[in-house]
Design a protein around this ligand. Structure first.
Ligand SMILES: NC(=O)c1ccc[n+]([C@@H]2O[C@H](COP(=O)([O-])OP(=O)(O)OC[C@H]3O[C@@H](n4cnc5c(N)ncnc54)[C@H](O)[C@@H]3O)[C@@H](O)[C@H]2O)c1
Length: 398
């Protein structure tokens, strides 16, 4: 449990790329300190301990197991940075020890596990415990400006959106860890691992999805089970329509972009920055080209928001550190005020279910209803990018 006025003591579970990153972020954040580390590869844990010391804090203790770390009495918050398919199993163990939790994205690879875990997290909240799932791009100034505009209905009726991530990951990247590119531990490819941020923003902006129709393919990589390219169309409860495009096979790697369009306005986020923003009263001329050229209010709305102050107050850390620092601000606020964090388990579960809906649809070769996926109808569908869609659909129909 959190001690009043003392930094929240964090255990990092999984000391790979993102575990080290959390080591830096938590040490730089005034409300947290890293006291404990767990990783079966001791050299990885030692490397994160070195990083925390380089950042100017005391060396955290390396424990042989989660249970040992959580029994030490030195941990208030567990931060799960392991391969995605281990997240809920380890999160469940942590909640049994009554610590607060931060889980890296995605929540897990299984909607069924996610649904059960949401119930556990709700019970934990009754005991005063907080659980947040990382989705740091929700805290980017451009994203918060768009979400506020949507809340205030500045775009009028939301009509459509495009979420595209045209990135590149080398074969070496997929070969760098046994878990990468596997259904069991990565849970998917371009959409589940890299694209989930963009998908989460799309869902945060447009609301609850109702129907998804997707295609996936593995086109430019080998020795992986999952897709490196995916497209989907999504219908939302509001009636709005969206396109999802995620690939890790767009050499040399371009941007992630979300476009939101409505009857009275549009906005474009590109590489986390607000590139275009326009709202009006609907009385502008029917000349979209001229509106796009002359009507960009992005600088005005960003300047008017206070979202940039954080960056200035932290000596402008790099964008990746800044993103997690911003989310840890929300987590610190949730702990202090005993409120839910912005990205709680239910929020993360909906985004996981949207990604899984895309895979189920691609596997079956047919549109699927979001609620059916969320409610477990397709839990038994083993996602694939190689099985002939017609054959898979016939098997489900049997
Ligand atoms: N928010 C983001 O922008 C972001 C970026 C990268 C990764 N991630 C997420 O972070 C997670 C880890 O990704 P990564 O790139 O750091 O992977 P990684 O392979 O670099 O690190 C994973 C670490 O977990 C350790 N590990 C494996 N099994 C473990 C266990 N049972 N107990 C404790 N530690 C164990 C491994 O030894 C390794 O050090 C994934 O879920 C990924 O989706 C999020």
């Amino acid at each position: 449990m959190t001690r009043p006025d003392a930094p929240t003591r964090a255990l990092i579970i999984g000391c790979g790329i993102i575990g080290k990153h959390h080591g830096i972020v938590l040490t730089r954040h005034p409300d947290f300190e890293v006291t404990a580390l767990v990783d079966p590869v001791v050299a990885s844990a030692e490397a994160v301990a070195d990083t925390v010391v380089e950042e100017g804090a005391e060396r955290p203790v390396i424990y042989g197991s989660i249970a040992d770390a959580l029994s030490s009495g030195t941990v208030d918050l567990a931060v799960i940075c392991t391969p995605s398919g281990l997240h809920i199993q380890q999160a469940t163990e942590c909640l049994e020890h009554d610590v607060h939790l931060v889980v890296e994205k995605p929540l897990d690879v299984s909607v069924a596990l996610g649904t059960r875990f949401a119930e556990l997290a709700a019970k934990a909240a009754e005991r005063g415990l907080m659980v947040s799932v990382i989705s740091q791009h929700r805290f980017d100034p451009g994203a918060t400006v768009i979400r506020k505009a949507i809340d205030e209905q500045q775009f009028g009726t939301l009509t459509s959106a495009v979420a595209t991530m045209a990135w590149y990951r080398s074969q070496q990247y997929y070969d760098s860890g046994d878990w990468r590119g596997t259904w069991a531990l990565d849970g998917g490819g371009a959409v589940m691992n890299q694209g989930v941020h963009t998908v989460d923003l799309l869902r945060w902006f447009l609301g609850r999805p109702t129907e998804i129709y997707a295609h996936t393919a593995q086109l430019a990589h080998q020795r992986i089970e999952i897709e490196d390219t995916a497209t989907a169309t999504v219908r939302f409860e509001s009636g709005a329509l969206a396109v999802i495009h995620c690939t890790t096979a767009a050499y040399p790697g371009l941007t992630a972009r979300v476009q939101v369009h409505g009857s009275h306005g549009s906005a474009i986020l590109d590489n986390d920055e607000l590139r275009y923003f326009h709202t009006g009263d609907g009385a502008v001329a029917d000349n979209l080209r001229s509106a796009a050229v002359t009507g960009n209010q992005a600088a005005d709305v960003l300047g008017a928001s206070d979202a940039d102050e954080y960056a200035n107050s932290r000596n402008q850390p790099d964008g990746f550190v800044l993103g997690h620092l911003r989310q840890y601000d929300d987590i610190a606020g949730a702990l202090k005020d005993k409120r839910s964090p912005l990205v709680d388990v239910n929020e993360a579960l909906l985004s996981l279910a949207l990604v899984r809906s895309l895979y189920v649809s691609a596997t079956l070769g047919q549109p699927v209803l979001f609620d059916d996926v969320l409610n477990g109808r397709y839990d038994d569908v083993v996602a694939t990018v190689t099985q002939a869609p017609a054959q898979a659909a016939a098997e489900v129909a049997k």
